[in-house]
Design a protein around this ligand. Structure first.
Ligand SMILES: O=C(O)CCC(=O)C(=O)O
Ligand SMILES: [Fe+2]
Length: 146
């Protein structure tokens, strides 16, 4: 598990600047504590962005790419982003839980059959693949499809 503290200062041009650009998490599971007053997290569904509301002290549980890979696409790793605002700073704490990077992961055998063929190849060090694709603006899961 790795934990990241995110700090988003107020921004004079939220129309131009994201707090975090659109991405999917590399993890298996992400546990997120949002700022208890300031919204910012958004999720995309069918091309439309939706706010994730703030519920003070509640944890947001999100699934990451490695869950999507291991479940052969049954569990989804949703695309999300963080927007900035002109008035208030925002803080969040995200814990990413994932397999040991040295362990190869791939779709679980009994979730592969004729109705649901294998969607992803086996990979090691998925965190590095995810990071490099994020820097290049690629959709990471597409790069590990069979
Ligand atoms: O700050 C947030 O609410 C989410 C941050 C995030 O998506 C991440 O750290 O991967
Ligand atoms: Fe994220």
């Amino acid at each position: 598990m790795q934990t990241r503290f995110n700090f988003y200062p107020p921004c004079s041009r939220p129309d131009l600047v994201h707090g975090v650009k659109p991405h999917t998490d590399r993890s298996g599971i992400t546990i997120l504590l949002q700022d208890k007053e300031v919204e910012g997290l958004q999720i995309v569904v069918d091309g439309n962005w939706y706010r994730v509301p703030v519920i003070p002290h509640a944890l947001v549980v999100n699934l990451g790419d490695q869950m999507q890979i291991m479940s052969n696409g049954i569990y989804k790793s949703p695309m999300h982003r963080v927007v900035t605002n002109t008035e208030k700073l925002r803080i969040s704490v995200a814990s990413f839980i994932e397999p040991d990077p040295d362990n190869e992961i791939g779709p679980v055998e009994h979730l592969i059959d004729e109705q649901r063929p294998r969607l992803y190849r086996n990979v090691k060090n998925y965190g590095i693949i995810n990071y490099e694709c994020y820097q290049k603006g690629l959709v990471v899961l597409e790069t590990v499809q069979v």
